[in-house]
Structure formats: structure tokens, C-alpha cells
Design a protein around this ligand. Sequence first.
Ligand code: ZN
Length: 138
Amino acid sequence: MGTLWRKKKKGRTLPQWKIKRECLDLILECSKSNYPNEFGGLLRVDALSKNTIIEVVILPGTISGESHAIFKLHMLPIDFSMVGTVHSHPSPSARPSKADLGFFNKYGRIHIIVASPFNDTSWKAYDYSGEEIEIAIV
Ligand SMILES: [Zn+2]
């Protein structure tokens, strides 16, 4: 009995994040086309496995190159298929800014930052605490 319970608990604490190739391509494309402005959106997972990012929902009016605080909390939907956010940096650094970290802590479980030149090797994913995490492309 005890073993069974432990197994179940362990599986729940290790989310294996995945992202669909076409979804990542769209993110890179949007980042490129909004440059030198920032692009921002929400990440939606599939209803079944809940760990595969299948869609990016682009938020209107989130782009503001100066302040960098591109997400307005009151605009974000309460929808549990939305697991986190994505935004682009016009610079070559995919490191979260102070404002990013404050935001990550408040909303969502996974956050992608795409840096210039917006290709497969210029993006990174973070958890709510700003710790870098791996996402498999599927
Ligand atoms: Zn940022």
C-alpha cells in the first residue's frame, strides 16, 4: 500500500514538459516579425496529458518595448489549460529580467523567453522561480 502511494506521488512531482514543433515554430516566427518590439503570449497544453504545449495564444496589447513589463495580470484568463507564458527579448539574452521573475512567481508554471536571433538555440524555459527547465520538442 505504502509503495503504491509513494509511486503515485513521485510521478506527480516530475512534470516532463513537451512542446509541439509547429507551436515552437510559430513562437519563433512571431518573435521575429515583432522585432524590435517584444512579443507576448500564453501557452496552452493539451487537455489529456497536460504537459504538452500545443498552442500559443497571442495577447493583444501586450507589446511595449520600453517598460518590458508586457503582461498585465488582469488581462490574463483564468483557464487551467493555460500553463504559462512566452515572450521575446530583442536582445541576445534569454535571461529573465527582474520584472520577468516577479511575474513568473505570480502566474503560471512554465515560461519561455525567446532571444534574438529567434532560432532553435536562442530560447530557454523557466519554472515559476526562474529555474531553467528542459522542454522536449515533439
Ligand atoms: Zn523578459
